[in-house]
Design a binder for this molecule. Sequence first.
Ligand code: SF4
Ligand code: SF4
Length: 245
Amino acid sequence: MSGWLGRSVRRGILTTRYPTDPATDEEVPATARAPVLPAGGLPSDRAMAACPVRAIDADGVDPGRCIRCARCLAHGFEFAGPVEAATPTRRPAGNPGTARASGRAPLAALGRSLHVFLVDVGSCNACNLEVLSLAHPQYDASRLGIFFTNSPRHADVLVVVGVPTTEMVEPLRRAFEAMPAPKAVVATGACAIGGGVFAGGVGLLESVDRIVPVDRFVPGCPPPPVEILDALLQLTGRGRAEAGR
Ligand code: SF4
Ligand code: SF4
């Protein structure tokens, strides 16, 4: 909060200009980015053993699993990676073994307006807060045509947070089926992508995409709001990459 106030005073604006202003990348703190090894480095066995969520393997860090706990920093990793963009596959190119994607086209037919229905299938509430902060003055998603709705029947995008509990499988499926086409699903946070810190727990599914087809995966624990915003904008072709950044 104090960082936001300081930036607002310095730049003379209250609401972020994301995604058009490159300076807004500073709103994603280094510790919210997946750690990387310096060029040429390889993950050691000790680094793999230190990771509490098995996010490190011989290929590097799986950003979808990483909870940004920083334990691997003692084993050569650094929080110096790029801002993690939402991806249409479970894991970025280069690690195709676990890649899964809905294969659906972006919601171009919806033009510049999206209505979002938020479903919590078993979160600790932090991802919830980050998603809902998009309606606050700092992000003000309505300036970009993004609004929250209280019914899946009025929604274009289902934003799902939390690790899916068996009790939430049917409600989530019903919410998805109630949405009119075209529609999209955004799995938000490590729990929704791969179970996060709860992976392997009793009565939990591995990930949201085992229940409904996912169009964007937003890594983080929790993800920074601008990354959630970028995922929503990507669906209508207005994300950071589409803005030339
Ligand atoms: S920051 Fe934590 S969760 Fe992420 S790769 Fe490093 S040890 Fe694993
Ligand atoms: S991803 Fe992290 S912040 Fe989000 S619900 Fe899971 S534990 Fe909480």
